[in-house]
Design a protein around this ligand. Structure first.
Ligand code: 2HG
Ligand code: ZN
Length: 429
């Protein structure tokens, strides 16, 4: 079973399912399918067995690195026949333990599937295999906004069948929208090997405003029309004295026009007292530096101690209530109770840290956080998915009928249950 990661202390509630164990013959078969890309070296495997937060650890003895859809198909056909469990793995940057094995699942990594297959003009989008890291590698070759829209995937089903629906059409209403089924399926319904992505042209002018405010609710008013992220302003001298910070990015095609609009907006919020300090950047190095403050919060928290992570969708006006409430409930047992996230989306990243893992802190947080979220008709996972850590709490956000339908779809598409077992859906009684 899993060992070493702090999370494994809670146990996984049930044992390894009766899948086969990788044999010498399996290794030989895989060597024929992906020659030279069959990895059994424990040192290399370590990076794929442990998630980047270092909280979940599997014990897989085999990592496969296919380059093509055909290779993925052959691997899955073999695993399906042999009843071998498979853990599809992309960048292994997940937050919920979905991307690493739980026991000895075969790790199927898409890391080498990193070529842009084709690129059409602005009206279409590039077709990227899934190894194009999320999708910054694709971005390096294509000048686009980071917020591309995935269109159609090509995926390989549990038994190795390839379903190629790749298309760059903007509209297509023929039959069930199968691609929606794969969004949020976390490798439990198939392995996505390519997607086509619609890319809006890169904006010519980007401005970032970094503003301090006395009150979260005031920020809510400011950003009701903007996509933004709320920052962890706590105590950092670098960030000045405001209790709350907000990062706002605007993009457009005419720098002069955009700057004028942003300045009008800033003048308004400064004179109304909503904002107490701030800075604006248009120079791309400064823009990058400001974004780094926001993007590295998660990493900073990992260094603070043991982290209890929640990723909640809540009504924007109640977004911060849980943070202040939990500070009182947890008292000195918590090192930090931090709320940040994506304010424009009503998405709170609630992170609590303690010196070491503490059952008493966990007991105060759960099920309280989930029950409170359900009362607000929120979601217990706004963007991180369910993976291994949150599979048990799906019921707080979806009715039993929806859960049953999900189980039925899983059984239909993966009757042997070999794809990413122990993930996403709650364990069946
Ligand atoms: C972010 O927005 C990520 O920084 C990580 O979604 C959030 O660590 C987290 O809780
Ligand atoms: Zn986030």
């Amino acid at each position: 079973g899993p060992s070493g990661g702090p999370f494994s202390r809670h146990g996984i509630g049930r044992g390894r399912l009766p899948f086969s164990v990788v044999s010498g013959e399996d290794l030989a078969a895989f060597e024929r399918i992906v020659p030279g890309r069959v990895i059994t070296d424990p040192e290399v495997l370590e990076a794929s067995n442990v998630d980047w937060l270092r909280m979940v650890r599997g014990s897989s003895v085999l990592l496969l690195r296919p380059r093509t859809t055909e290779e993925v198909s052959h691997i899955l056909r073999h695993c399906h026949e042999r009843n071998l469990a498979v853990n599809p793995q992309g960048g292994n940057t997940g937050m919920v333990g979905g991307s690493v094995p739980v026991f000895d699942e075969v790790i199927l990594s898409t890391a080498l599937m990193n070529q842009v297959i084709s690129f059409h003009d602005m009206s279409d989008g590039p077709v990227c295999p899934c190894g194009c890291g999320a999708p910054s590698e694709a971005q390096a070759s294509v000048q686009t906004l980071p917020a591309q829209r995935p269109q159609w995937p090509q995926w390989v089903l549990a038994d190795g069948m390839v379903l190629n629906c790749l298309s760059t059409l903007r509209k297509d209403n023929t039959g069930y929208d199968l691609k929606q089924l794969f969004i949020g399926s976390e490798g439990t319904l198939g392995v996505i090997t390519a997607v086509s992505i619609l890319c809006p042209p890169k904006p010519r002018a980007v401005s970032v405003a970094f503003l301090g405010s006395l009150c979260w609710k005031m920020l809510g008013e400011i950003v009701s029309f903007l996509v933004c992220s709320l920052l962890w302003g706590n105590q950092s001298r670098l960030w000045g004295q405001s209790p709350f910070y907000v990062l706002i990015e605007t993009s457009g095609s005419r720098a002069g026009h955009d700057a004028e609009k942003l300045n009008d907006f800033l003048e308004q919020v400064l004179s109304s007292g909503l904002v107490t300090d701030g800075t604006v950047a248009t120079d791309h190095l400064k823009v990058k530096a400001l974004w780094a403050l926001r993007e590295r919060i998660s990493e900073a928290l990992s260094r603070d101690g043991y982290v209890y992570k929640y990723d909640l969708s809540l009504p924007t006006e109640r977004l911060y209530d849980l943070v202040t409430d939990l500070r009182v409930r947890l008292g000195p047992r918590a090192k930090h109770v931090v709320g940040y996230g994506h304010l424009g989306d009503g998405n709170l990243h609630l992170n609590v840290t303690s010196e070491a893992f503490s059952p008493s802190v966990l007991g105060t947080l759960e099920p309280y956080v989930y029950e409170w979220t359900a009362e607000q008709r929120g979601s217990v996972s706004a963007e991180h998915g369910l993976g291994f850590k949150k599979r048990g709490v799906l019921g707080y956000s979806k009715p039993p009928e929806a859960l049953r339908l999900m189980q039925q779809l899983k059984a239909l598409l993966d009757p042997k249950g070999i794809l990413n077992p122990y993930k996403t859906l709650p364990a069946q009684a």
